[in-house]
Design a binder for this molecule. Structure first.
Ligand code: PMP
Length: 287
C-alpha cells in the first residue's frame, strides 16, 4: 500500500513529499514535533500531546499553525489515508522557509507543517515487554532546554545508536553528577530498593513525557508510592525494577543496565501491571 504525507496543506505520495531546501527545520533544527500513538485508528491522548505542542511552539515563538479542530482533522486524515490501525502519527512544525539567516524570518512567514503516519503492530512491543530489554548509559550532552520537544535530536541520535551497537534497546543519559536524566527517546523509571517508584522531576532538564504524566496518575490511582527524584546509575543497579515510558513504547521493562542485571533479570510486577493498565486506558480514551 502506498503511503501518504501531509505537507503544508496537501496530501502527497510519501516518496515524493518534500519541504524546501531553506526550510528552517532542515537548516537550523528550528522546529518542534509531537508523536501520538494510534489504537484502532484513533489517537491516544490527543489533548496531552497537543497541549505540549502548543507549549513547545510558544517557548520558541513559532506561531500555532492551525486550530485544534484543523489539527485533529489533519492527523486523523493522515492516519486514515495510510490505513494505520495500530501505529503512530508524527507531526513536525518548523519556523518555515526563508533565506538562510540566523535571526527569525519576517513576521508572517508561515510555519511548515508535516504529518506522517505509520503502522507499528502492538504485538512487536508486547514481545519485547514480555522479555524485558537492555539499556546502556551514555553521557547527556544535550542543551539546557530539553523540556522543549525540538527536532534538534543529534545527541539523542548518537546515544540511541551507541545503544544499538551494544545490543541494547535504549540509552539512559547520565548528567555530570552521575544521575540519570532520561532515555534518548523515553522517560526513565525505577522501583528502588525500598519498593518506591522513582522518576526524575521535571524541574530538571528533561522532557515532560505525556506517558510519564499518564503513568503518574495510574500510580496514584493504584495507591503506589512515588518519589519524583533523580536516581543514580548505582541505584538502578540496586533497584527491584526498571522501566521506561514513551507514547510509542508505552511502558517497557528494562532488565539490565550496562550489562548488570536489574532485580531478578525479568520484567518486574509493577512495570508489567502499569503497562497493562496504561494500554487499557489509552485504548479506551483514544479519539
Ligand atoms: N524523553 C525524550 C527525550 C523523548 O524524545 C520522549 C519521546 N518523545 C520522551 C521522553 C517520552 O515522551 P512521551 O511519553 O510524551 O512520548
Amino acid at each position: 500500500m502506498s503511503r501518504v504525507a501531509y505537507v503544508n496543506g496537501t496530501y502527497q505520495p510519501h516518496g515524493q513529499a518534500t519541504v524546501h531546501v531553506e526550510d528552517r527545520g532542515f537548516q537550523f533544527a528550528d522546529g518542534v514535533y509531537e508523536v501520538w500513538s494510534v489504537f484502532d485508528g484513533r489517537l491516544a491522548d490527543f489533548d496531552g500531546h497537543l497541549t505540549r505542542l502548543h507549549r513547545s511552539l510558544d517557548e520558541l515563538r513559532i506561531p500555532i499553525p492551525m486550530t485544534r479542530q484543523a489539527m485533529e482533522r489533519v492527523l486523523k486524515e493522515t492516519v486514515r489515508r495510510n490505513r494505520v490501525n495500530e501505529g503512530l502519527v508524527y507531526l513536525q512544525v518548523t519556523r518555515g522557509t526563508a533565506r538562510r539567516d540566523h535571526p527569525f524570518p519576517a513576521e508572517g512567514t508561515p510555519p511548515s507543517v508535516v504529518v506522517t503516519a505509520r503502522s507499528m503492530p502492538l504485538s512487536k512491543g508486547n514481545a519485547s515487554a514480555e522479555k524485558g530489554v537492555a539499556v546502556v548509559t551514555h553521557p547527556d550532552i544535550r542543551w539546557g532546554r530539553c523540556d522543549i520537544k525540538t527536532v534538534g535530536l543529534l545527541p539523542n541520535v548518537l546515544a540511541k545508536q551507541a545503544a544499538k551497537e551494544m545490543g541494547a534497546a535504549e540509552a539512559w543519559m547520565v548528567d555530570e553528577m552521575g544521575l540519570v536524566t532520561e532515555g534518548s527517546s523515553t522517560n526513565a523509571w525505577i522501583v528502588d530498593e525500598n519498593g518506591k517508584l522513582r522518576t526524575r522531576d521535571t524541574q530538571s532538564n528533561i522532557l515532560r513525557g505525556i506517558t510519564r504524566a499518564a503513568v503518574m496518575k495510574l500510580i496514584e490511582a493504584e495507591g503506589l508510592e512515588l518519589d519524583e527524584r533523580a536516581f543514580s546509575v548505582e541505584e538502578v543497579k540496586r533497584a527491584r525494577e526498571a522501566f521506561y515510558t514513551s507514547a510509542t513504547g508505552f511502558i517497557m521493562p528494562a532488565v539490565s543496565i550496562d550489562g548488570a542485571r536489574i532485580g531478578d533479570g525479568k520484567p518486574g510486577p509493577i512495570a508489567t501491571k502499569l503497562r497493562t493498565l496504561y494500554l487499557d486506558q489509552a485504548r479506551d480514551e483514544a479519539i
